[in-house]
Ligand binder design. Structure first.
Ligand code: SF4
Length: 476
């Protein structure tokens, strides 16, 4: 998972992009970077390992100033963890022209397309990152002797060749392009910024980000989501142009609503926090067998489950409590690539309120179960703190498949739902009961359920890598 941001034709674009990236830091904490088009036409890129505030310091931003900028925060779903895989990528074209590109998503036919460019065209890659592949494909279609397509058509040809998820931004000469995969897997929004420098007339510019929550920090207005397959062109002194909309059946990632996006984001036409509240309410409606009482407390595994637990407690007319205190200086456990780091992170991350759990019946709400190792430790922690019962409620269906479109779920063999039944999972967690949101209940909550990818719950993949073998999860 990653995030992108960009802004066109606004003085101090580098600072706005740094702020936008800071607001979507939850989408990637490993590395970040920025590319800026300077007034002299050159493009400067700076990227490194680390958080936005560590990498894009005021000193760095002072040396990368311009009116057009794009940036990226990275979490590695494919490719190794090093600075070469951070984005944006700067790609030299012939005649000394340079493009800079960044993308959020994963390309399923990455290896096949890369080999084609390397073997048949002699391209040399500097990373194993999809953003670079997308840029080199565009460069190929734009400059190869056989094609020489105008840049807009080169982007469209690339869009057509790629199988997978990509929300991308590209700077080429004095133009910026924003484009998205034909299924619209990852969120992608456009905003409008009005500003007025001291002694200047008011001006306006266009901004982009992976999530609408980012616009608040720079005072931009949310305009709309990019359509699946859309290609937008931004040029100085010209209105924004829709170059093409090469759309296919939408496949918006449902996990963005469940877990990944910030609650203050509106994505795929749905309010994230409201969707999570409705999930919680639906879980509570299925839970008539848990009686209310003064000893009953509903709590979330903070923070992504907070609104699900709030929705559950409101529907159940039970008390919602913050029994677990989260240390915010530890990164998201799901976002830490190594299992050792993930295990260590759980212990550092949560601590129970002293005395709070004694003789309590706890409904513990989490957004999903992937491996189950984290949740098992939390249940143990709560019971160790004195709870007499822990009932686990999960705000998503059972995760039985890996994601190939940009979310870092582990291999199928590591997913607990592929190895254990619901009852075996409850036993592994040492919970007193366990209940998931059922797929039909979840689809009922979406305005357009047919527009969502639910492959990790259903195995209904639209694209799979060559190594994919379909298996069935054990029944309930
Ligand atoms: S497979 Fe799951 S995580 Fe991946 S895009 Fe589809 S819904 Fe999202």
């Amino acid at each position: 998972m990653c995030g992108i941001a960009g802004i066109f034709n606004v003085p101090g674009a580098e600072r706005y992009v740094a702020d936008l990236l800071f607001s979507i830091q939850h989408r990637g904490q490993e590395s970040c970077g920025i590319s800026v088009r300077r007034d002299n036409g050159s493009v400067l890129t700076y990227k490194n390992m680390g958080l936005v505030k560590q990498v894009l310091t005021l000193d760095i931003l002072d040396r990368h100033t311009g009116k057009t900028a794009i940036g990226h925060v990275r979490y590695p779903t494919a490719g190794s963890s090093n600075a070469l895989n951070s984005q944006p990528h700067t790609i030299e074209l012939v005649q000394g022209s340079v493009m800079s590109i960044c993308s959020n998503g994963d390309i399923v036919n990455y290896s096949e397309l890369r080999q084609k460019l390397e073997k048949e065209q002699g391209f040399v890659f500097t990373s194993d990152n999809d953003g670079e592949l997308i840029g080199r494909l565009i460069a190929y279609h734009h400059h190869s002797a056989s094609e020489r397509l105008p840049i807009e058509q080169a982007i469209a040809a690339t869009q057509n060749e790629l199988k997978g998820a990509f929300s991308a931004l590209l700077i080429y000469r004095d133009t910026m392009y924003a484009f998205r995969d034909p299924h619209g897997f990852r969120p992608y929004v456009m905003g409008h910024l009005t500003w007025q420098g001291v002694g200047e007339m008011p001006s306006e510019g266009t901004c982009f980000a992976s999530e609408s929550c980012a616009f608040g920090i720079i005072g931009a207005r949310f305009v709309r989501e990019l359509k699946p397959g859309e290609i937008l062109k931004l040029e100085k002194n010209r209105p924004l142009t829709v170059v093409a909309v090469n759309a296919k059946q939408p496949r918006h990632c449902v996990f963005e609503l469940i877990y990944f996006s910030r609650p203050d984001t509106i994505t795929f036409g749905e309010s994230v926090y409201r969707t999570r509240q409705h999930i919680g309410a639906t879980l509570a409606q299925r839970d008539g067998d848990i009686p209310n009482g003064d000893d009953l407390t509903v709590m979330a595994v903070p923070d992504s489950s907070n609104f699900v637990a709030l929705g559950y407690a409101a529907e159940k007319k039970a008390s919602f409590d913050m029994g677990l205190i989260r240390n915010h200086y530890v990164g998201r456990t799901f976002l830490r690539p190594l299992q050792d780091a993930r295990d260590e992170g759980v212990k550092q991350k949560f601590n129970p309120l002293p005395g709070f759990f004694t003789d309590k019946r706890v409904v513990l709400v989490d957004d999903s179960i992937v491996r189950g190792t984290t949740l098992r430790k939390i249940v143990r922690m709560i019971k160790g703190a004195g709870a007499k019962e822990v009932h686990v409620r999960i705000g998503s269906p059972r995760v039985i498949g890996s994601c190939f479109y940009g979310i870092d779920t582990p291999t199928r063999s590591e997913l607990i739902a592929n190895n254990k039944t619901v009852e075996e999972t409850r036993d592994y967690l040492n919970a007193d009961s366990l209940r998931y949101l059922e797929i039909p209940d979840f689809q009922h909550l979406l305005k357009k359920p047919g527009d969502f990818c639910t492959a990790c719950f259903s195995n209904d993949y639209i694209y799979v890598p060559p190594s994919f073998v379909k298996t069935n999860a054990p029944g309930c």
